[in-house]
Ligand binder design. Sequence first.
Ligand SMILES: *Cc1c(COP(=O)(O)O)cnc(C)c1O
Length: 368
Amino acid sequence: MSIQFGPEYVRAIAPYQGGKPISEVAREFGLDEAQIVKLASNENPLGMPDSAKQAMLNAVADIGRYPDSNGFELKAAISKKYGVPQDWITLGNGSNDILELAAHALVQTGQSVVYAQYSFAVYALATQAVGGRALVVPAKNFGHDLSAMADAIQADTKLIFIANPNNPTGTFIPEQEISEFLKRVPSNVVVVLDEAYNEYLDASLQYESISWVKEYPNLLVSRTMSKAYGLAGLRVGFGIAQPGLTDLLNRIRQPFNVNSLAQAAAVAALNDKDFLRQSAQLNADGYAQLTRAFEAMKLEYVPSYGNFVLVRVGNDDGAGARINLELLKKGIIVRPVGNYGLPQWLRISIGLPQENAAFIEALTEILG
Ligand SMILES: *Cc1c(COP(=O)(O)O)cnc(C)c1O
């Protein structure tokens, strides 16, 4: 028998399954990269804003030096935008980093972490990586059941993850429900409110999560530059929490976790209101385009508040994988979600109008 390294809880981790890269699909299916449409990772189909690209190119001149480990300029931009002091901000190599920092800083082996069924896969991964005990609360209408999540808290619960809007289901929790939930959570339990898709929310749904951060020392709001801001490949995210919690996260953060090009691009993108507006409009139009098609095809979908839609492509548990394979053969990459316990569904990221149209055409052909 070969030697087994590491603790059992690490060996038990099922690796994260990301969207298939375009180059891999081209090789596997003998397709031309230029014909492939990728709607699999909730990226902004516009790519990065020009303002960010220019800032990044300017920053290249200094790439021989280490990045600013405190990210002064970026924290200043976040501080100004959200009205919080710089010592309330933790920068992350993507917001994934923030989620992991929270688990590492707060949870010891055997202690419990609460999150919802069908919520973001990284919550399970971050919990397992520290040997935490997952308390997975059944979803309600594909979304978070906050009342059940509050009931699930145990004496050894250290952390709760909430995604709003949620990925992969796209569900949204209104302000009032979160506000009531925060009142019920014991003050020694940290709540991570992961708002990766916040920028896509209609103005009428926006709420002031930062005012909750001011009220609750146990709340960490997490944001990313990967989705609406179009910087997924650069890896930038940030957390906002009161100084006590922020200090803890910064103690275990890698000193240079956000590289200089990413910092420069993020400052420019944060201030690019036009790009955000354009991205949100493109997304709203694409959502209408996709959901109209699903309705015409009589396919069930979960109403989404993010830049993607979960659609049911069959009534048997092989449906998601089967239709996914047929789509790949036609050069369309979407995301199967069997690993989330949703084998009859696919998650479609909203793309450019012509990309959405190519997907709709392929799906129509496949389903006959
Ligand atoms: C995409 C996503 C993130 C993280 O993205 P990063 O690129 O690591 O910033 C975090 N939470 C949710 C719910 C997401 O969908």
